[in-house]
Design a protein around this ligand. Structure first.
Ligand code: PLP
Length: 425
């Protein structure tokens, strides 16, 4: 019966401090978002007590009548949102969704072909010490040195050469659309499955602002907590009945035991929200905000410091900043913006000359601020703040502390204008 604060003040204090951190700062990590208060409520519910191995109507435990309804709601809403025939909402994370798909479609030693981690791919697309790199033979495509975009002629050439069993299209740090129809043509030409990992851009697909991979891929995986703004988790979608069966048994019992029904309830709520006009409007501000940021960071005062925008702009919710020609490195850039309470992450850029712990890039996303309510005018202000900070810090003499203090005040004013989770204590 004791409250968290009574029972465990050490944990309670840190949760309170984290809420304050989220409220006071500007969250611009491209893989993050602020989920709805209703999702938090579903996640913090008694559903966490329930074992429900199996699937709705086919469980290995009694007492599943309520979680069955909830999980079926999540499945049906997800299918509706993306126009897919089959959905699995049980993967605990994006990584486990990908592991399950590979478990279903591949044998150890088979070849997978994905975007190189150093060019914006994900760990689960074949990184050396990830399960994907240990279990499977990895081939990779990169981005073109000139355009910094995926070159499908090159993907085709590497596919012909490496004869993968699975081709992966999708990314963690890439600012452009991919041509899913062309990826499918290439996959078919070498007899490979095509998996699209839409973890980052799923919310934009749901809003109709990004081409959908669902009609083209054999399977689509996603996280639910990035642009989709749900609880932390993963999902799998397919249009093919025989594949759907394989994915279901690969998730449970292949990769997981009991599903997290409290998270699945949060997913159901998030999918309901993602089908609304308010969500589409928010997604439009997300992309507009990223484009405003890319345009500002592409201006002459920034370019004069050797700072560039990867691929010259963005089609999505993030901007990649290339510092490889600048005296400022990725770590310094991340620390600088942290001083302004703007949270971003440093990120390798294609052909990065600096080591992975330092990097020459910044990945800056707009989803969380769009969720918070930022207008295009607010995004212009935050773009100015970031540009002015980077220009100041890339100066030979380093940033003037008075300049940084003023920028910090401007960032704090933006955060104060949009109270976050006003009903949480
Ligand atoms: N796939 C992509 C493209 C991602 O960017 C991520 C997360 O960053 C994942 C999968 C893994 O998601 P999770 O962190 O939920 O395992």
């Amino acid at each position: 019966t004791a409250t968290l604060a009574e029972l465990d003040p050490e944990v309670a204090e840190q949760i309170d401090a984290e809420l304050r951190r989220q409220r006071d700062g500007l969250e611009m990590i491209a893989s993050e978002n602020y989920t709805a208060a209703a999702v938090l409520q579903a996640q913090g519910s008694v559903l966490t007590n329930k074992y429900a191995e199996g699937y709705p109507g086919r469980r290995y435990y009694g007492g599943c009548e309520h979680v069955d309804v909830i999980e079926q709601l999540a499945i049906d809403r997800l299918k509706g949102l993306f126009g897919a025939e089959y959905a699995n909402v049980q993967p605990h994370s994006g990584a486990q969704a990908n592991a399950s798909v590979m478990h279903a479609l591949l044998e150890p030693g088979d070849t997978i072909l994905g975007l190189d981690l150093a060019h914006g791919g994900h760990l689960t697309h074949g990184m050396r010490i990830n399960f994907s790199g240990k279990l499977y033979n990895v081939a990779a495509y990169g981005v073109d040195a000139e355009t910094q975009r995926v070159d499908l002629a090159e993907v085709e050439r590497i596919a012909q050469e490496s004869r993968p069993r699975l081709i992966i299209a999708g990314w963690s740090a890439y600012p452009r659309h991919l041509d899913f129809a062309e990826f499918r043509r290439i996959a078919d030409s070498v007899g490979a499955y095509l998996m699209v990992d839409m973890a980052h851009f799923a919310g934009l697909v749901a809003a109709g602002l990004h081409p959908s991979p669902v009609p083209h891929a054999h399977v689509v995986t996603s996280t639910t907590h990035k642009t989709l703004a749900g609880p932390r988790g993963g999902v799998i979608l397919t249009n093919e009945a025989d594949l759907a069966k394989k994915f279901n048994s690969a998730v449970f019992p292949g990769q997981q035991g009991g599903p997290l029904e409290h998270v699945i309830a949060g997913k159901a709520v998030a999918f309901k929200i993602a089908g609304t006009e308010a969500f589409r409007e928010r997604a439009r501000r997300t992309v507009a905000g990223a484009q405003i940021l890319a345009a500002r960071l592409g201006r002459d005062d920034v370019a004069a410091r050797g700072i560039r925008v990867v691929s010259g702009g963005t089609d999505v919710h993030l901007v990649l900043v290339d510092l490889s020609q600048s005296s400022l490195d990725g770590r310094q850039g991340e620390d600088l913006l942290a001083e302004l309470d703007i949270t971003i992450n440093r990120n390798a850029v294609p052909n990065d000359p600096r080591p992975p712990m330092v990097t020459s890039g910044l990945r800056i996303g707009t989803s969380a601020l769009a969720t918070r309510g930022f207008t295009e005018e607010d995004f212009s202000e935050v773009a100015d703040i970031i540009a002015e900070a980077l220009v100041a810090a890339a100066d030979d003499d380093g940033a003037d502390p008075a300049v940084i203090a003023r920028l910090r005040e401007r960032a704090a004013a933006l955060a104060a204008a949009y109270p976050l989770y006003p009903n949480l204590a």
